[in-house]
Design a protein around this ligand. Sequence first.
Ligand SMILES: [Zn+2]
Length: 80
Amino acid sequence: MVLHDIMKYIESEYGIINSTPCEICGGSYIAENLEVHVVDDIPYDVCICVCSECGHEKAFSFCAPFINDELFKTAKKTMH
Ligand SMILES: [Zn+2]
């Protein structure tokens, strides 16, 4: 998988986050941090989000078996 594909993948995750209303107040989540967690040898792309209305925090995790840490860091840098 190349960088371009990973960026597309992250973008689609943001799409899911943006279309998920806050479970407390129905406001919209803002992605605050993106991390890679490894569970049972499978990398998960974990996005920490905060509600823009009430500040409620929620972690979205996406199974990302193809993610290579180095590539992921580069993708993050490119997006910021
Ligand atoms: Zn909220």
